[in-house]
Design a protein around this ligand. Structure first.
Ligand code: SF4
Length: 347
């Protein structure tokens, strides 16, 4: 117990984890441990407001008021050989998404639309186990075309192309890809229930190589896939040990045709509580709202999240689900007086 808590005993039970978090995370910038995250996740809904307020303070103190805005485009949609149970892009399920390739002009157009929103990040995504030579050469040509356009030449290009070999990691680094996204999706202990065609450890290995090659690491997951609170806490601790530059938080959208088609959508308060707990585990990370927030949280929830630890958003459409219009999000940020992060690094 802290000296101040000794003088002003607040509550000896659930309150303590937030008292400790205030000192440890807000004061010293040290993220919560797995056990502490679990204690936060077990707080009652009546503590939600207090928790969100603390997560917001932590974000403002250790990350600042700026919001990182990102657009994403899929160069290859659907037809993936893997069996991630949440994913409508798996070719193994009867989901309506079928394999489609985007050409270079389409890619450049998407980058232009993203840049026009003021976004600093543009992420090229493909639904694959890992890239083959054809995909990598298309990505290379796409990045060159983006760099050749005055409106898009300065935007940071990220990629999300599945598991990589060390040679492919080097190739992407040489293309100027500054950040690589590869989600661990869920806790190590729960992963085998979600994916059977590859392992959590294989994903971890790609992330390690990306980090070693000097690219920024973007790694997050999906909440609401049937994992327990303890597994959410485990996942937060595993992400913290990876020290990612960015963590995208998705909420499960039960996709028709997938094994998770009938899953219940995560309850809004639960989603906000989890995001705030992840902020307390990862005080300095870019924590991004990604897919599923509209369904889980509704329009108001986006704002609550931005005031509850989140400091980055994806604007516009996601990969297979329509997001809300980019302008709506940009208006929200203006209302909250949160500036969009400016481009501040040279590739
Ligand atoms: S590897 Fe990616 S695209 Fe393929 S099924 Fe899994 S999540 Fe979907």
């Amino acid at each position: 117990m802290t000296a101040s808590a000794e003088q002003h005993p607040v509550d000896t039970s659930a309150t303590d984890v937030l008292v400790t978090a205030r000192e440890q995370v807000l004061g010293r910038g040290e993220g919560l441990s797995e056990q502490q995250v679990l204690a936060v996740l077990q707080l009652g809904d009546e503590r939600l407001e207090e928790l969100l307020a603390l997560a917001h303070e932590v974000r403002m103190r250790w990350c600042g008021p700026e919001v990182e805005v990102e657009g994403i485009v899929s160069v290859k949609t659907g037809g993936c050989p893997e069996d991630c149970h949440f994913c409508s892009q798996s070719g193994r399920f009867e989901s309506p998404v079928r394999a489609v390739w985007l050409d270079i002009p389409g890619l450049v157009e998407a980058a232009k639309q993203t840049a026009a929103t003021g976004a600093t990040e543009f992420c090229i995504v493909a639904a694959v186990r890992g890239p083959d030579a054809r995909l990598l050469s298309q990505v290379k040509a796409g990045i060159e075309a983006i760099r050749a356009e005055p409106q898009t030449r300065d935007i940071n290009v990220a990629c999300s192309l599945g598991m990589l070999t060390s040679t492919q990691v080097d190739e992407l680094a040489a293309m100027g890809v500054h950040r690589y996204n590869h989600n661990l999706e869920t806790a190590r202990s729960y992963f085998p229930s979600v994916v059977t065609t590859h392992t959590w450890e294989q994903r971890w290995e790609t992330l390690r190589m990306v980090r070693d090659a000097g690219m920024e690491v973007c790694c997050g997951g999906i909440l609401g896939m049937g994992e327990t609170a303890a597994q959410r806490a485990e996942f937060a601790a595993q992400l913290a040990s990876l020290e990612p530059d960015e963590v995208p938080m998705n909420f499960l959208i039960p996709q028709p045709g997938t094994p998770y088609a009938d899953h219940e959508v995560l309850e809004g308060a639960e989603a906000l509580k989890t995001v705030a707990a992840f902020r307390l585990a990862l005080p300095r990370t870019v924590l991004r709202f990604a897919g599923g927030r509209e369904l889980t949280l509704g329009d108001l929830g986006a704002e609550q999240g931005m005031l509850g630890g989140v400091n980055a958003i994806i604007v516009g459409n996601y990969l297979t689900n329509l997001g809300r219009p980019a302008q709506q999000d940009l208006d929200m940020l203006a209302e909250l007086q949160m500036p969009i992060k400016a481009l501040n690094r040279t590739l």
